[in-house]
Design a protein around this ligand. Sequence first.
Ligand code: AMP
Length: 289
Amino acid sequence: MEIIRSIRAMQETARNIKERGLTIGFVPTMGALHQGHLSLIKRCKEENHVTVVSIFVNPIQFGPSEDYTRYPRDMEGDIEKLSALEVDILFFPEVKDIYPDDYKTYITVEDLSGKMCGAFRPGHFRGVATVVAKLFNIVKPDRAYFGQKDYQQTVVIRKMVEDLNFDVDIVVCPTIRERDGLAMSSRNLYLNEDERRAATLIYQVLKRAEEMVLSGESFDKVRDFMNKTLSAEPLIREIQYASLFHPERLEELSTGNISVYKEDSLILAAAVILGNARLIDNIVVDLTK
Ligand code: AMP
């Protein structure tokens, strides 16, 4: 595996790959890699000639009181995992090169960035959209792979790609879970044993809510159930949201149930603070079956 740190070198390498008629698949990550990341990489390898993985903990997507400095970093372990998967290129840039002192340009995907997590993390999706746009210009991928785990992120990135005419296909891959259902996340490392056990409630609540939705229960009742069940867990310090959302507009679904709802799918999603970790998860409920 080739490890590239310089932006110029990455751009030159990408240009050479393309001149040889090969496709570039790209998996952007913040490192501390787990099976969720690796599933994206495996899919990417199947569909492209060359696979580029980036590791960059992006400071501008963290709020001032968030976990940027303590975000887990494990470069040695990550390099081992990526080498074992025979990833072609690891792009591992430095913060000072991505955001030099005189940096001025940011991308805001309006409206969508303020919904769901955006309401609790002002500036987060501006940071995400900006770094992903920059990485696309550096890595020049034909396809880029994202996890459904970060559902809102996939919607924001797709919209940015559409609006700014990026010539890249966005591929969204399913959420990989632990055996007890907890969505894999680098932030799960923050949980102690009791918190780790309590965290399984999130997916259980989403699954139960899915059954309720499919059986025709009103959206209000489903939302109540989600909030009541999560708030009964004493280790959950805060429920930021636990609700039903429109799959593209990300608006909360207020009244009604599936018999009056017009779309093919809806999103059940939750964000909670458990111990020192902010955990998110979601299920896309397919209503076409
Ligand atoms: P991160 O390193 O958390 O920024 O994640 C990098 C990419 O991996 C994003 O596209 C995430 O959505 C994806 N990802 C993170 N956790 C999972 C998971 N459990 N299953 C599938 N994809 C994931």
